[in-house]
Design a protein around this ligand. Sequence first.
Ligand SMILES: Cc1ncc(COP(=O)(O)O)c(C=O)c1O
Length: 391
Amino acid sequence: MIYFDNAATSFPKAPTVANAMTRFLAEDAANPGRAGHRMAVRAEEMVDGVRLKLSRLVNAQAHERMIFTLNCTDALNMGLKGLLTVKHDAADVPHVITTVLEHNSVSRPLQSMADDGVIQLTRVACDEDGFVSADVIEAAIKPNTKLVVMTHGSNVLGTIQDITAIGQLVRDRGLLFFVDGAQTIGVLPIDIQAMNIDMLAIPGHKSLLGPTGIGALYVGPRCPDPQLDKFTPWREGGTGGDSATPTQPPLWPYYLEGGTPNTVGIAGLDAAIDYVLENDMTKTLAHEQKMVQTLIDRFKNDERFTFYGTLDASKRVGTICLNIQGYEPSDVGTILDDSFEIAVRPGLHCAPYAHKQAGTFPNGSVRISPGAFNTDEELEQLIDALDQIAG
Ligand SMILES: Cc1ncc(COP(=O)(O)O)c(C=O)c1O
């Protein structure tokens, strides 16, 4: 199988990940922080070490505010609902700005909260090339705007958003900035402090090359404090240390980390981060962008093919969507799988508003997403297969 579906989850994983997980499972897999015995202490040390490593990777101020989650969806829900479902007067409904580029893990929770009258919601458009400008965000700000939430990289158009400029605007206007790092963490540097990010959602299983089942949410110091009862815990339960308080103890990270964490996943993420740091993520991004540019250049003047978003791959992560004249995207996906053993992702990619804006709703397009380990030969096989299918 030739795998070009890395925007969904990377494959293969970093070569060190499986061994790290097996070793932890065989030797140290006690419940961290739940008992004083030496295995529990070792597990706790490992978890805290990875918390620190991940915080350093994104230049986060306080590593105890890096919360382990199941995936990026879990992190996004935890942040959005934590921040927005606190009690407020009916006259004080907060306004939230988001974009058409968002994944359903942002759009769906926001839309449910808007439908329930918990928030007011504005969804701003991107331009023809697939970029949301700071000016468009600025024009949407109202007196009751509290939060801007957006993706760093589109999982449909692949476009890298200017979160540095938008973060500066959001900070200047005294709002909170929540960034979905799903498509960029591991290939693009993210600096929470320089980019004025207040909350960051991270998956471990995409370009960080870690296992599924582990992600993180960073909740920065400008976000309301649980001590003041202004951040709602997404799940409540055992936190290990403090069993006496009747509700969730207001201490980072335990306030948001009820339940036994995925320590095996965290051990895998540990090895994955080391690998990503040792292998220079700018080179990985350049490798993926080169593949996308080769694909664009091969077919951009061919009327059988349509691409969506900018044709300049240096403004993208390694993701490109296309359609072939006369074919449903799902048929292209099936033919690539059945006849060529090539994995891609057809459809709406959990981002219906991006497809509406691109004019590809409801059938979507074929997403091709090269990753760190794809080779030029694999790309040539894909190009040849697409050419054959297009006839
Ligand atoms: C932009 C974006 N945000 C959020 C998610 C959700 O990530 P996860 O699958 O880790 O929950 C994805 C997944 O593809 C994504 O592409």
